[in-house]
Write a protein that binds this ligand. Structure first.
Ligand code: ZN
Length: 311
């Protein structure tokens, strides 16, 4: 049976907004610890998402609150190992957890906050959500700019701290600015292929080639509008088409899962929750992927990347 590793979920918000207990099996939501176990997930990245509508000052409070929630409600569980350094991955017995922040709105103008969140266990930061913050523009900013001067410094500091730089949600201009600054591999933790589905959150071929040539990763997103434009095609088969397309373009080593569970409104057609992700392995085999490639896409590429990066 295949194991699974995933680069993005928004499930922390369910604890905070809906008082869900993720240590128990829930009827609602897309995942909790029992369901991750049933689904054979060995690695899950938990994102702290801070809605930009809170504004900068509240963004910092909200971010810290969710980090605190994650530590008290998930990372203190006996079956969960929070990954701070490479060797933690070897020691993780059941579920390895990575802590990320989606959108650097909490930073304001204070880069020392990168050091602070690093000390709190954060090992990946998605530079923006869809809007603008002090370091860069997201994909939904009209006539969007790239990285600000502070953003350039932020990317350098993240690399120095062993925080993975994530360009999902970032404007195209911002993407190419990151390429100028970055001297370590970076990732798009939950983005698909633009050629397969024309959505601004998906990656153009040149971006995919760039991430691949730098040894980065692209996590496949289950968000219906990023999977297919036509409603009838918003299913797991179509996710495999994204994977096939990217693998044909640059090889499958760049691919991993970034399902965006509990961040997406609805699961793809025919899927209930995280327990149905495993269905992808049969579809990948049908699409011509070898067992080694399927292992890579479903878990090993991601685990290897994190291990090397945190080295
Ligand atoms: Zn997102």
């Amino acid at each position: 049976m295949y194991k699974f590793a995933d680069f993005h979920c928004d499930s922390l918000l369910n604890i905070y907004l809906h008082e869900m207990d993720l240590t128990k099996l829930n009827e609602s939501g897309h995942l909790d610890l029992p369901r991750l176990r049933q689904a054979n997930f060995v690695f899950q990245c938990f994102a702290v998402f801070c809605d930009p509508k809170f504004g900068q000052e509240a963004a910092l409070r909200q971010t810290l609150r969710l980090i605190d929630t994650a530590h008290r409600e998930i990372f203190n569980q006996p079956e969960v190992t929070l990954i701070r350094q490479a060797q933690d991955l070897d020691q993780a017995e059941e579920l390895a957890a990575l802590l990320s922040i989606e959108g650097a709105d909490f930073l304001g103008d204070d880069l020392f906050l990168l050091d602070l969140v690093h000390s709190l266990g954060v090992r990946l930061i998605t530079l923006t959500w869809n809007g603008r913050n002090s370091i860069a523009d997201g994909v939904k900013v009209g006539g969007s700019g790239g990285l600000t001067r502070l953003g350039v410094e932020a990317v350098k500091r993240m690399q120095d701290l062993n925080i993975i730089v994530d360009v999902a949600h970032l404007s195209e201009h911002g993407f190419w600015d990151v390429c100028k600054v970055a001297d370590r591999p970076f990732v798009a933790s939950h983005s698909n292929a633009w050629q397969v589905c024309n959505h601004p959150r998906n990656l153009k071929d040149e971006q995919i080639k760039e991430i691949s040539s730098r040894g980065g990763l692209i996590g496949m997103n289950l968000c219906r509008p990023f999977v297919a434009e036509e409603k009838e095609q918003q299913n797991l088969d179509m996710v495999v088409n994204h994977i096939r397309y990217i693998a044909d373009l640059v090889g499958s080593d760049v691919l991993c899962l970034g399902c965006d569970l509990d961040g997406i409104k609805a699961m793809p057609e025919g899927m209930r929750d995280v327990r149905d992700v495993a269905g992808i392995t049969d579809l990948l085999a049908e699409a011509g992927f070898s067992p080694a490639e399927i292992r890579g896409i479903c878990s090993d590429n991601l685990l290897g990347f994190v291990k090397n990066y945190l080295g």
